[in-house]
Design a binder for this molecule. Structure first.
Ligand code: FAD
Length: 266
C-alpha cells in the first residue's frame, strides 16, 4: 500500500489577515490567538492523497508544525479522510524560518519511517517563500518535483507528473520516494462531510515535541533559523493619474516635457 505524508500548515484565516500584526520582537506572525485555517494549497495536496487512496489504496499521514491550536487543522484533515494526524508542537519550534521549518518536518518524516510520497503545497498563504518543500527534500534526501498540476501516471515506482513552467508545463518522471509540491490547478479540494467528521472522532491526533524528534533546541525554531525577518514594511503604492489634452503632437510634446521634468528622460 502506498504510504503518503502530507505537510499541512496552519495559516491565519484569510478573513483575519487584516488584523494580523507582526510580533515586534520576534518579527514573526503570532499564531496563538488568531483563527487558523488549512493553508489553501495544502488542501490541494491533501486532495491528491485522498484521490490516490480512493483510486488505488493508500495510507495518509498528515504532519503539521504549529502551536497547540493548529491541532484543530490536523483534526480537520482526519475528518476529510486522512488516516493519521501528527502535530509537531513545542515552544522551541516557534519563530522558525523556512530552513528550520523544513528541518523539523524532515525529522518527523524520518521518524515516521517508510514513505513513498511526500506532498506539500507550492506555497503558504502567509510566508509564501516556496522554500519549505525543496529544503525538506534535501533534508530527507529525496528528489523533488515542484509546482505539480497533474499526476499523469501514478502506478508503480516511476510516476509521471505535469509541472508548471512559465507559459507551459514540463512532463517529469520521478522515481519514488519523491517530494511533490502541488498547485491549485491539480484539483478541486473536497469539503468536510458530516460522515467524515463522525468517522474522525475515533482518530486521535499525536503530538510530537523537541524530545520526540530528538533534535537539539538550537537547531529548530527562532534559534535554528539562519534568516530573521528584520523588518516588515508595507509599501503603499501612490499612483497618480493625469490626463493630457490637445492634439497628438501637443500631447507628445507635453509628455516629453513631463518626463524630462520628472528626470526620467533628457
Ligand atoms: C511576511 C513573512 C516573510 C517571511 N520571510 C521569510 C524569509 O525570507 N525566509 C525564511 O526562511 N522565512 C521567512 N518567513 C518565515 C516562514 O514563512 C516560516 O518559516 C514558515 O513557517 C515556512 O515558510 P513558508 O510559510 O514560507 O512556507 P512555504 O515554502 O511557502 O510552504 C510550502 C509548503 O510547505 C509546507 N509547510 C510550510 N510550513 C509548514 C508547517 N509549519 N507545517 C507543515 N507544513 C508546512 C506546506 O505544505 C506548504 O504548502 C516569513 C514569514 C512571513 C510571515
Amino acid at each position: 500500500m502506498l504510504r503518503i505524508i502530507v505537510c499541512v500548515k496552519a495559516v491565519p484565516e484569510s478573513k483575519a489577515a487584516e488584523s494580523l500584526k507582526i510580533d515586534p520582537v520576534t518579527k514573526s506572525l503570532p499564531r496563538l490567538d488568531i483563527p487558523l485555517e488549512i493553508n489553501p494549497l495544502d488542501r490541494n495536496a491533501l486532495e491528491v492523497a485522498l484521490q490516490l487512496k480512493e483510486g488505488s489504496g493508500a495510507h495518509i499521514t498528515v504532519i503539521s508544525m504549529g502551536p497547540p491550536p493548529a491541532g484543530d487543522i490536523v483534526k480537520e484533515c482526519l475528518a476529510l479522510g486522512a488516516d493519521k494526524g501528527i502535530l509537531l508542537s513545542d515552544p522551541a519550534f516557534a519563530g522558525a524560518d523556512a530552513y528550520a521549518t523544513a528541518l523539523t518536518l524532515a525529522k518527523a518524516v524520518k521518524k515516521i519511517g517508510e514513505v513513498d510520497v511526500v506532498l506539500c503545497g507550492r506555497a503558504s498563504s502567509d510566508g509564501a517563500t516556496e522554500w519549505v518543500g525543496p529544503e525538506l527534500a534535501v533534508f530527507v534526501d529525496m528528489p523533488i518535483v515542484t509546482m505539480v498540476r497533474e499526476f499523469v501516471k501514478t502506478d508503480g515506482k516511476n510516476w509521471v507528473v505535469k509541472a508548471d513552467i512559465e507559459n507551459g508545463y514540463r512532463l517529469v518522471q520521478a522515481a519514488l520516494p519523491t517530494v511533490f509540491t502541488v498547485t491549485q490547478d491539480a484539483n478541486t479540494p473536497r469539503t468536510l462531510s458530516f460522515s467524515g467528521i463522525i468517522k474522525s472522532r475515533k482518530k486521535e491526533i499525536t503530538t510530537w515535541g523537541l524530545n520526540d524528534l530528538g533534535v537539539l533546541e538550537d537547531s529548530v525554531g527562532l534559534k535554528g533559523s539562519p534568516t530573521i525577518v528584520s523588518k516588515l514594511a508595507y509599501v503603499e503604492s501612490k499612483r497618480e493619474c493625469e490626463f493630457i489634452d490637445g492634439t497628438l503632437e501637443e500631447k507628445v510634446d507635453q509628455l516629453i516635457n513631463k518626463l524630462v521634468e520628472a528626470g526620467v528622460a533628457s
